[in-house]
Design a protein around this ligand. Sequence first.
Ligand code: NAD
Length: 425
Amino acid sequence: MASDNGSLPESDGNGLVQRPSPFSRWFSHWKRETQVGAPLEPIHCAVIGTGAQGQYLLRYLPRIPGVVVKALCDAYPPNLDEAHRMAPSAETVTNYRRILDHKDITAVINTTPLYLHAEVVNNALQAGKHVFCEKLMAYSINEAKSMARTAQSCGRILQIGHQRRYSVLYNYAWHLIRNEKILGRITTARAQWNRNGSWRRPVSDKNLDPLLNWRLYSDRSQGLMAELASHQLHVVNWFLDATPIAVTGVGGIDYWQDGRDIFDNVHCIFEYPNGVKVSYEALTTNQFDGFYEQFMGDEGTIRLTSDKDEQGFLYREPKAQKLEWASAARRVKSGADAEAILLSASASRKLLSGAKVGQMQLHGRSSGKSDYQLEMEGFFNSIHNGEPVLCNWEDGLKACATIIIANQAMLEQKRLLYTPDMFTL
Ligand SMILES: NC(=O)c1ccc[n+]([C@@H]2O[C@H](COP(=O)([O-])OP(=O)(O)OC[C@H]3O[C@@H](n4cnc5c(N)ncnc54)[C@H](O)[C@@H]3O)[C@@H](O)[C@H]2O)c1
């Protein structure tokens, strides 16, 4: 059977189609779909903060074997009611501490706003719960460290919600870059997230504004860098296996002058070890070219997007050695009229159980599963069988420190240095 993209391996039901690519060698240990063993002990979980992201993750929980949503918590009744419609048998509460008293709830999904992450997570861990906490890990580096220390001292799992870590495509690209060295020596990376919209939610009562529009206020939010850039800088740290040394940046409240006090556009340059420079931009006034992360080496470039049609593009430098397998790969015309080898996540629907893609072990078919579902599965697998969390507090802390210092550099209009202690306990 022919691959529909020529880049990711696929199954014909009897195993992998072998093609002369690094991936066929790499995947040669793939197993057939394995039989799941004894029924899983149910894990009772609660979602705290059932706003947009809480509801989004809630959609995936019923699809995960052995997971029961026992309780929902939100301080804003309409959001709690909406979530309750999605999980009608769950108990609803407005004070999250009531959930922590439940002895039979062993896992908490924290989707509260950033300024509450440390408080909720520390209390949940201390109450003996395993915690999935949305990104950014915390509002400050010290808070992130306090969460990490609590997870350590309580011996509980703390996973952070940078879902690209659970993407088949991103893990595949990680493998190409780190193991196959397909880009040669990386000198530069670039990422952006461009949107056209104010980010402001309409409120019926202005007293609700800080609760519903928390993203726009600096006492509650770290702005675009936390909400958007953190995912992408997490990928940069992961792919480069490094943390930044210095950052310079410019931001401004230049368009949406509506009472917010966080930047509506940000532009940063990060310096990484070995002379690698990473430029970053997020706009709220123009969505051209959307969002992506791009890694550039002396033998090629990989650009990754994580929108609905998760895709990657590999461009080879003219002087780079020919890739054995490239003749079978699907090619597309893309930016700057350059021809790219398509790295499409669509082939992941054909991956078999037991496959390891990059750093990720697949369980069951990955068919039609989003990164969000895979990260939720990863969290519950860690609880069920001790499988290591891919995006753990160490990755969360690295991303958090990267972002907090970049915001500080823009505010102080200075080149700021990172120190190693920012990224570790
Ligand atoms: N991984 C992703 O792609 C992604 C996407 C969106 C949001 N997020 C993250 O998820 C988190 C939530 O974002 P959101 O967009 O869902 O925000 P949101 O404002 O839509 O939801 C937050 C909810 O928390 C509730 N809340 C506030 N204070 C509370 C309290 N004391 N107790 C209980 N509930 C309380 C609010 O009423 C609201 O319903 C943020 O950290 C955000 O960065 C992650």
